[in-house]
Design a protein around this ligand. Structure first.
Ligand code: SF4
Length: 453
């Protein structure tokens, strides 16, 4: 919702001569729209129309020589199917109310836009003309309205929950409708066949054959080594750790740098040089193992006063130096962020590329060599850690996952956030990110010390 609001505000800033129909009262909005249409020849935001008892509010109505361009402003990076139906209803009502529409458009985010600063967001929105695309849909609108009226007039529909409850968005009635859905039996469905990694088709055919619990599946039905490992560990309720896991970690030598990043995505970029939906890194944590048994920790967390990317990169470079393994969990994420930083700051590129070259990814080591039944088909760090160091669970942390970290940093950035709250959020972020790198240390040490030589 915040993203949508921001985009709407940006659209208004682009059409600075526009008038906003700024009232919650729909009756007043209808009157104000008519007034604006009569007396002005400027863009109208939230123009409100009614036709045959259906009311719509258009994000943007821009006068042109042949009438009006009507645009719905979206925070997506393209036109989605459900936008077309929405726009068809909007257009049908607006035309019915006497508006001459020269075009119907979806104004969506242009991912290639690069913010240059100074609140200049011209080019952020790409106007996709969908006038012809929705013409057939507009003819359907009276049928949709008839069906909606019949639904409203009738008894509660008897429709079972299904895909429609989540596409394109979660239905707000899900709490009302979902109880009758079959809940998995906590015993029978503890280890469903679906936990087989990348085994969607196999799980479906096993289900069709009547297998629900992975432990009941005969060994001959499985062929992939990972599936067999998951099956064995689950059936015998015991963890498996292959010697190779230990060998990989022991070969790393010292010093070792265990690092993890947190990033922030903005629909409307706020720092010059960034684009919509860029993953802007704002925090890193690093456990440094200078030699066996010698561990220190250091971290960076942007103060929220400006673009965090350069201080993030410079502090990381100075911490991890030029020698020693840089250990990550799921290298693709950290590697991509470092490449992006290297592109943005060419003077730092050699040092950032040096870090990339020294990266060692623990995730494939875990995936290929370790499994515990409690992981239930996942090798995410949050699934692996409790099986190795249960005392380090993420439960109870104020910030407990990447999404919460983004929300916390967004709150820090907000100018209305009190200083005391900022400090509280900073502490929570520092604790969370440190937990991630400590988790890596625990996993690496477990592999190193437990796997057979
Ligand atoms: S949750 Fe919503 S979409 Fe799903 S069945 Fe109920 S009302 Fe229909």
């Amino acid at each position: 919702m915040t993203a949508g609001t921001n985009v709407g505000e940006v659209a208004r800033s682009i059409y600075s001569d526009g008038v906003l129909i700024d009232t919650e009262s729909l009756g007043q909005a209808l009157d104000a729209t008519q007034e604006a249409l009569k007396t002005r020849s400027c863009p109208i935001f939230e123009a409100t129309f009614q036709y045959q008892g259906v009311l719509v509010r258009a994000d943007l109505l821009v006068p042109d020589t042949d009438g009006y361009r009507m645009a719905e402003v979206k925070s997506s990076t393209g036109v989605k199917d459900y936008h077309l139906a929405d726009a068809a209803v909007q257009a049908w009502v607006a035309r019915g109310a006497g508006i001459d529409l020269s075009s119907v458009e979806i104004a969506h985010i242009d991912r290639s836009f690069v913010y240059q600063g100074g609140n200049d967001y011209r080019g952020l929105l790409h106007h996709a003309n969908i006038t012809e695309q929705i013409r057939p849909l507009e003819q359907e609108v009276p049928n949709w309205i008839g069906a909606a009226r019949a639904t409203l007039a009738g008894d509660e529909p008897a429709i079972a929950p299904g895909d429609q409850c989540h596409e394109p968005f979660d239905c707000p009635f899900i709490g009302y409708c979902s109880p009758p859905m079959a809940q998995p039996d906590p015993v029978d469905e503890q280890f469903p066949v679906e936990i087989l990694p990348y085994g969607g088709a196999l799980a479906a055919s096993l289900r069709a054959e009547g297998f629900v619990d992975l432990r009941d599946v005969p060994e001959v039905r499985l062929s992939k080594p990972t599936h067999l490992r998951v099956w064995r560990a689950t059936k015998h309720d015991t963890a498996e750790l292959a010697p190779l896991a230990g060998a990989h970690v022991r070969a790393l030598g010292y010093p070792r740098y265990y690092i993890d990043f947190e990033t922030m995505q903005f629909v409307v970029p706020i720092w010059a040089g960034t684009s919509p939906y860029d993953q802007v890194p704002f925090q890193w944590s690093c456990h440094i193992e200078a030699s066996k048994g010698s561990m220190t920790h250091t971290a960076f967390l942007a103060d929220g006063s400006g673009d965090p990317r350069r201080p993030f990169a410079e502090s990381l470079i100075s911490t991890v130096g030029t020698v020693g393994a840089v250990i990550v969990y799921n290298a693709a994420f950290e590697r991509t962020r470092l490449r992006e930083l290297a592109e943005s700051f060419s003077d730092l590129a050699p040092s950032l590329n040096n870090i990339i070259e020294r990266m060692f990814d623990l995730l494939p080591v875990a995936r290929q060599n370790y499994y515990h039944p409690d992981m239930r088909g996942s090798w995410s760090i949050k699934a692996v850690l409790p099986t190795i160091a249960p005392e380090l669970a993420y439960d109870g942390l104020e910030v407990g996952n990447g999404g919460m970290a983004q929300e916390a940093f967004a709150e820090i950035l907000h100018p209305d956030t009190p200083q005391a709250r900022r400090e509280q959020l900073r502490n929570a972020l520092l604790i969370y990110c440190e937990r991630d790198t400590l988790a890596m240390v625990k996993i690496a040490h477990y592999f190193e010390n437990t796997a057979a030589m």
